[in-house]
Design a protein. Structure first.
Length: 675
């Protein structure tokens, strides 16, 4: 078995490649098309009409007697959260790069995540048949921007209209087994018939392999080369240890190179670990809704076995839920398989309370999350009439279950809905999904930037919540600034005899919630919070007292430390014809951009630096007119930094401010008693 994710920048050909794999493996009988809206893995109405993937799609096929679970992920930066969740459950990856556009913003973001998570990766340069295809330039970009350890295992024959396929540089004995890398497309009989380029590529491959092993290097110099058998084993080892990254070539639109890519998935990428006899251990990485089966939880199992009618423990929620059905998905189609074993992926029905990221059974062996997505914008939703308000709230909540980063903020008193988004395409797609799925016409206001706050200095927060009785919760916090990007670091130095562990756990749970809105209404980050004093009362204290008291103590602390505003920043790379360089540099300065010395290559100027999100929202659109369509911009999130003093931004607070203690206590106690 293989669990493989297909990743790329938008329009590099992920969904087309997936479709070809399903077709060529015999899983589907007819090829679908992204442009015609008939691709197997783009089954949402919005995906069919727009021709882009907005949700990860899990599908499967068999190749060379190996079962492959394939996850086709969105390529647009606005849907990076879907990519993030898929990465967590992959054992191998195929990163597709267009032979025309080359390495793009999303390519770099995904590559970095794959490296951080140590996921073995194949690189597939697609679209060699397109006008403007420059595979040599793209390979040089891959080596410069991604890894110098990218090494072609094929040699391409022709480009653009003359692309005829590739020559396989390695042949394993006993072709046709799961571990073989057989010759492919444009097959050339006899090594002497290879073009000069293929000989050179084969020599470079042997040299790259020999460099990694002293004994092989010695043999390489003695023999003047290495035979295929000597190269294949160390190549596999290098791929699986993430030290080598094979490069393959193709044109998925015409089905060229796809068979070999599947051979490489089976032959080079690792099988999943985990044993059935181990304790149950898995993670929910995607949620869907079905009209008959209810909530569908996509689960990757790392240990143990799960069967229909089993009861499984949700470690994250500390509850047990019964499995009604286990199904294998193929886009929209599914079949009841009744069992999910370690290493595999399937849909579990019957878990009505499961959330994305929940750990099932033991957390042993479940990999951590690599945070990629950071929604930087907030938008307000507007609906047609008051009668639709409850339906809009319910629909938004369902969409937020499927994408927790939407973080729907429901201001009951003002009857307002706000949500966090990655960008304008996501906003458009949300509008279309609300219409097609729920029949609701919802418009969204102009996006505004999500700022954050951080403590200005060290200070203390204190609360003595002893009235109105019966209640008793006394807390004292020390709050101090943390390093930029460190988030929240919380710990307690209070002894259990002063404050029971169960109460301390309640405080620890409530501190992050209390920091969701600071003095200016923005989330508070990059700080250390230490509980230095705590007290309960033997008779008067109830655990819910600490639910009420914690936000009051935290806000009292923030009032004493004061807060500084932080703004989100983008790392950018800009390429433009040299004649537009001066104008663009002054434009970047006006936007408060910081950049390094420009580099000029072949008549084009390249600039790298950082830009505030707030000043550059419309820059990608303006760049086209400023450079007559010849400028290219790649950006990705690069953390938060302190705003200049003249930038002021406040957000309306949801609910009652804990600094207004009497009003806050009344409101919170009422909500808790209702709950």
């Amino acid at each position: 078995m293989r669990n493989v994710g297909i990743f790329a920048h938008v329009d590099a050909g992920k969904t087309t490649t997936t479709e070809q794999m399903l077709y060529r493996s015999g899983r589907i009988r007819a090829l679908g098309s992204v442009d015609d809206g008939t691709a197997q893995t783009d089954w949402l109405e919005v995906e069919r009409t727009r021709g882009i993937s907005v949700r990860s799609a899990v599908t499967r096929f068999e190749w060379k007697s190996v079962q492959i679970n394939l996850v086709d992920t969105p390529g647009h930066a606005d849907f990076l959260s879907e990519v993030e969740r898929s990465l967590r459950v992959m054992d191998g990856a195929v990163l597709i790069v267009s032979a025309v556009e080359g390495v793009q913003a999303q390519t770099e973001v995904i590559w970095q995540a794959l490296r951080d998570l140590n996921i073995p990766t194949l690189l597939y340069i697609n679209k060699l048949d397109r006008i403007g295809a420059e595979p040599d330039r793209v390979l040089e970009e891959i080596r410069r921007l991604l890894s110098p350890d990218a090494i072609p295992v094929q040699s391409f024959v022709g480009v653009e209209g003359e692309f005829a396929g590739s020559i396989e540089l390695l042949q394993a004995d006993g072709g046709g087994t799961a571990d073989s890398l057989r010759p492919v497309q444009a097959r050339v009989d006899g090594e002497d018939a290879w073009p000069k380029r293929a000989h050179e590529d084969r020599t470079r491959l042997a040299e790259k392999i020999a460099e990694r092993n002293d004994a092989l290097l010695e043999r390489y110099f003695e023999q003047g080369g290495l035979d295929d058998a000597e190269v294949i084993a160390p190549l596999k080892d290098g791929v699986r240890s993430c030290e080598l990254f094979p490069v393959l070539y193709g044109a998925s639109g015409r089905g060229i190179g796809v068979d070999v890519l599947m051979d490489a998935i089976v032959g080079l990428l690792p099988a999943p670990g985990g044993k059935e006899e181990m304790p149950l251990s898995g993670v929910v990485f995607k949620l869907d809704k079905d009209s008959t089966m209810g909530r569908l939880a996509y689960v990757r199992l790392y240990g143990g076995v799960l069967r229909n009618r089993d009861t499984a423990r949700n470690h994250s929620l500390n509850i047990e839920e019964k499995v009604t059905q286990i199904r294998k998905m193929d886009g929209q189609r599914s079949e009841d398989v009744g069992i999910l074993k370690a290493g595999d992926i399937a849909v579990v029905c019957g878990w009505s309370r499961a959330r994305i990221g929940d750990i099932i059974g033991s957390e042993e062996g479940v990999p951590g999350v690599r945070r990629l997505a950071e929604p930087l914008l907030t938008v307000q939703a507007h609906w047609r009439n008051e009668a639709e308000y409850p339906a809009v709230v319910a629909a938004m909540q369902e969409l937020a279950d499927e994408d927790p980063y939407l973080d729907v903020q429901w201001l009951q008193e003002d009857r307002e809905l706000h949500l966090r988004v990655m960008g304008p395409i996501q906003v458009e797609v949300l509008g279309q999904m609300l219409l097609s799925r729920f029949g609701l016409v919802v418009d969204f206001g102009e996006p505004s930037v999500i700022y954050k706050e951080t403590p200005a200095r060290k200070g203390e927060g204190f609360v003595a919540y002893t009235m109105p009785k019966p209640c008793w919760a006394i807390l004292r916090f020390v709050i101090e600034p943390g390093e930029r990007g460190s988030g929240l670091q919380y710990h307690s130095v209070v002894r259990p005899e002063r404050l029971l562990d169960s109460y301390q756990n309640e405080v620890a749970r409530r501190v992050p919630e209390a920091l969701e809105q600071g003095l200016k209404g923005w989330p508070v980050t990059d700080l250390k919070v230490t509980l230095i004093e705590g007290e309960h009362h033997v008779w008067h204290t109830h655990p819910l007292d600490f639910v009420v008291a914690t936000p009051m103590g935290i806000m009292d602390g923030l009032a004493n430390t004061g807060t500084i505003l932080l703004e989100p920043m983008l790392r950018f790379r800009l390429s433009t014809p040299e004649e537009f360089g001066g104008k663009l540099m002054s434009e970047l300065s006006v936007m408060r951009g910081e950049f390094d010395m420009p580099v000029v290559r072949q008549g084009r100027m390249e600039l790298e630096g950082r830009l505030p999100v707030a000043t550059s929202l419309d820059f990608p659109a303006r760049l086209g007119s400023m450079t007559r369509g010849r400028g290219t911009l790649t950006t990705y999130f690069d953390g938060y930094q302190v705003c200049p003093p003249d930038v002021q931004a406040e957000r309306t607070r949801r609910g009652v401010n804990p600094l207004d203690t009497s009003k806050y206590i009344l409101a919170t106690r009422k909500a808790l008693s209702m709950g």
